[in-house]
Write a protein that binds this ligand. Sequence first.
Ligand code: AP5
Length: 213
Amino acid sequence: MRIVMFGCPGAGKGTQAKVIATKTGAVHISTGDMLREAVAKETETGLKAKEYMSKGELVPDDVVVGIVKDKLINDNIKDFILDGFPRTIPQAKALDIMLSELNMPVEKVINLNIDHQVIVDRLCQRRVCLNCGETYHLVNHPPKVEGKCNACGADLIHRSDDQPEAINNRLDQYDKKTAPLIEFYKEQGKITDIDASGSIDEIRDNIMKTLGL
Ligand code: AP5
């Protein structure tokens, strides 16, 4: 299984990718999570990425392509769900080259469709666990104990890019740089559109059907 989970910020890519990964054993690869970890650990990559991420701008292509390539090769990953990557045409072209060298092309791109208006509420109410990556929504998917992760008990945080100004910037970046990938993958015949405005369970069931699971 080699899938790209595609959609604008807050469309539910991470939420759904985690469910599919648990069900199938494919590895969930989130460039956002990897970059946030690098920022927290103050690695060279993290120091480069920090400034872009806090403003809601995209991290330069070469940095992101590098971390995905390292992950796939170093961990010898064969089945994966990419979440938040690729995000630009140059990233998608670099991914195609990388995967054709490894003889394992992307099979399907799941495009989670949703209005931008719904996104601002979802992201303002989101809380995340920096320790294990689990994601919550204060109303739709609250943690059992306020401020604590159900999975590992660590403190939950409100991401610095989940503030209205950064959210609007991320949506703007998506429209300009990421949305053109829909056409790119349509031309490859790999994209499936999924309505991402329903409940988390409804969306999961539709994705599972699309994947024949
Ligand atoms: P990243 O972490 O990838 O952020 P994003 O794409 O903006 O996506 P999000 O994590 O915000 O949303 P999501 O679609 O995963 O939604 P989620 O499932 O959490 O990237 C962050 C930053 O890193 C970028 O801005 C950039 O700077 C940098 N970066 C990362 N990758 C890069 C790349 N390839 N190139 C360059 N830069 C890169 O859901 C959102 C909320 O809604 C949650 O609270 C959830 O519980 C809730 N929710 C989910 N589904 C539903 C539903 N059906 N109904 C109600 N609530 C729901």
